[in-house]
Design a protein. Structure first.
Length: 153
């Protein structure tokens, strides 16, 4: 029975990159074809059309990554269309962005639902975000694009 925990650890890593699965990335290009399978011969099911959109990689095969978006829709995308830069999707309309990580602090802006923000540091409750030049702090539960318990330095 010693092999069971070792197998579980190995299953949490991509067979191609040896990076953790699942993990978050972003769409590098302004458009990215999402295919039914991991090759150019597979049909394009749809096209992602938002640069920097956060995506979650859930599988790897050669130069292809299986990704899912906020709504759970997914497919296979060529790795050259993806970036390790981290972004989050605002989950609630008019989410306040605070000057410091404290709800009693000055609100510097409000973010609309569906807007993409660059992620900075994140602790268990707050994330530093940059949105169209505005920098501040947002409660992490208002963002999609982080793994549960993920801390960013």
């Amino acid at each position: 029975m010693l092999w069971a925990p070792l197998f579980a650890v190995a299953a949490d890593r991509g067979p191609v990159t040896n990076l953790p699965l699942p993990r978050f990335v972003s769409l590098k290009a302004s458009e990215g074809n999402v295919r039914r399978g991991p090759s150019l011969t597979h049909r394009i099911d749809w096209v992602f059309k938002h640069r920097n959109m956060p995506l979650q990689i859930v599988a790897e095969h050669g130069h292809w990554r299986r990704v899912v978006d906020r709504d759970g829709a997914g497919g296979w995308v060529h790795y050259t269309l993806l970036s390790g830069s981290r972004f989050g999707l605002i989950e609630e309309d008019l989410t306040p962005i605070y000057k410091i990580a404290d709800t009693g602090s000055h609100i510097v802006a409000h973010a609309e639902m569906g807007v993409v923000a660059r992620l900075g540091k994140c602790d268990q409750y707050w994330c530093r975000v940059t949105l169209e030049g505005t920098k501040g702090w947002m409660p992490r539960e208002k963002l999609w694009g982080l793994l549960p318990g993920e801390i960013r330095e």
